[in-house]
Ligand binder design. Structure first.
Ligand code: FAD
Length: 441
């Protein structure tokens, strides 16, 4: 029986380009609102939206493929949403508000959302085009890596950030001998201080990863069949490699923005309403750039989705004046915390990796338990934390930092963790009813 969708206005068609994590989340957010436009979603991948984050446990053999699916194609149909998969939008005619896919399909839109994500960055190194060189971005990449690991030989992973580490551990767990190349002096140099990075390195070495920091990759070499067979470093080290994974970072997929002559810097430039310089076109997720910021983690993207969903529903219902309080100021940049998804290793970090002269540094280390905590405070307020081992208090620290709370009253217990520190804070506020006023000032 055909479903009725009385809440859908057929006069306003929203087209979302990209059925990835941002595009799909936007669909869910629109469905949760009372009025929404008619929606068409076009995705270049053949599979309906899946949880990209879980590609790492999938590669490591810790998860089944089906567990990644966010919603099936049938679910989209049941919601009255047109879902077109396996087609890439190639051009946008802003004057007629029409777009064209690589299959020659033409669609009109009233509002358009670009949620095209990013592509893996590639270092300018000879040999990168060789067969056997992979990236780690989508389901096809995860499949290809799993197949490469079936041969069970040597892999080289280029990049010692979150993605490189997760790829390296995944391949190691599938039986490969893995060398990991990190250009900087430490792993996860954007998140960790040297102590935490060394703890992480020694844990991973203990598991069998061959880690090279300060490594300068010079070129990749091919065997007689033209397949990649080795990575050569500037110091003369030669690492055997039947499989190479490039994981040095991401580049916003902003090509559609350029083709449509929207304002594009590194990403498609948007304002705090996720709107481009064309009021009918929005962008969100890893393809967009807001006040010079780019995105590589989902947390800020989820906040972008809420702002854009509100905006799109308001526009559709012509309720522009009834702005919801939480999104009245649009999208605002906030710090993000990082976790590593390697089983058996707990890491939680946010804020600067190195202290500034005005920072007070509190640190704690328990070599027996393998725990390390380092907090950076400025005027009693938390600005950064690196936790290795016991990370249970990480979210509490992050919450305090976001709230900008003065933690002077619990300084003595801060390193002991959330429960002790919060108890001291509670005691102090019970003793001194004036405290909140002082904090607010
Ligand atoms: C292995 C891995 C592990 C990760 N782990 C974490 C983690 O632990 N925590 C975290 O916060 N983040 C993690 N991330 C990052 C997170 O997945 C991304 O931030 C998120 O997916 C970005 O969402 P997006 O929609 O902007 O991009 P994507 O999810 O990449 O979606 C973009 C989609 O648009 C499609 N597309 C592109 N161009 C077109 C076009 N012209 N026409 C039609 N479709 C198009 C693409 O094919 C893709 O499906 C991880 C990423 C990877 C790859």
């Amino acid at each position: 029986m055909p479903q009725r969708h009385p809440e859908t206005s057929t006069t306003d068609r929203l087209v979302i380009v990209g059925n990835g994590m941002a595009g799909h989340r936007l669909v869910e957010a629109l469905l949760a609102r009372p009025e929404r436009p008619a929606i068409t979603v076009i995705g270049a991948e053949t599979a309906p939206a899946y949880n990209r984050i879980l590609l790492s446990p999938l590669l490591a053999g810790e998860m089944e493929r089906d567990a990644l699916t966010l919603r099936s194609a049938e679910w989209y149909a049941e919601q009255g949403i047109e879902l077109i998969l396996g087609e890439r939008v190639e051009s946008i005619d802003r004057t007629s508000r029409r777009l064209t896919t690589d299959a020659g399909r033409e669609l009109s839109y009233d509002r358009l959302v670009l949620a095209t994500g990013s592509t893996p960055a590639r270092p300018p190194v000879p040999g990168l085009e060789l067969p056997g060189v992979h990236v780690f971005r989508d389901l096809h990449d995860a499949d290809a890596l799993a197949r490469a690991a079936e041969a069970g030989r040597n892999a080289v992973v280029i990049g010692g950030g979150l993605l490189g580490l997760e790829a390296a551990e995944g391949l190691r767990k599938r039986g490969m001998q893995v060398s990991l190349l990190q250009r900087e002096d430490r792993l996860m140099n954007r998140q960790l201080d040297l102590t935490a990075a060394r703890l992480l390195e020694s844990e991973l070495r203990g598991r069998g990863l061959d880690i090279h920091t300060d490594a300068q990759l010079e070129r990749l070499e091919a065997n007689a069949e033209g397949q990649v067979c080795a990575a050569l470093l500037a110091d003369g080290t030669r690492l055997a490699a039947d499989c190479v994974v490039v994981a040095i970072g991401i580049v916003p997929q902003a090509e559609l923005g350029r083709v449509a002559e929207l304002e594009v810097n590194r990403g498609i430039v948007v304002d705090e309403w996720l709107t481009t310089n064309d009021p009918a076109i929005h962008a969100l997720g890893e393809c967009c750039e807001h006040r010079g910021n780019l995105y590589g983690l989902v947390e800020p993207i989820w906040r972008q989705v809420e702002v854009l969903a509100d905006k799109l529903c308001r526009a559709n219902a012509e309720r522009a004046s009834a702005e919801r309080a939480e999104s009245a100021q649009g999208y605002v940049e906030k710090p993000t915390a990082t976790k590593l998804k390697v089983s058996g290793i707990s890491l939680y970090a946010f804020g600067p990796t190195e202290p500034e002269p005005e920072h007070e540094v509190l640190s704690y280390r328990d070599p027996q338990q393998g725990d390390y905590r380092r907090l950076l405070l400025r005027d009693g307020r938390l600005e950064g934390a690196v936790l290795y081992g016991d990370t249970a208090s990480g979210p509490w620290y992050f919450e305090q930092a976001l709230a900008g709370r003065d933690l002077s009253d619990c300084r003595a217990a801060l390193l002991l963790g959330a429960a002790d520190a919060q108890a001291l804070l509670d005691d102090a506020s019970n003793e001194s009813p004036q405290r909140p006023a002082k904090e607010a000032a």
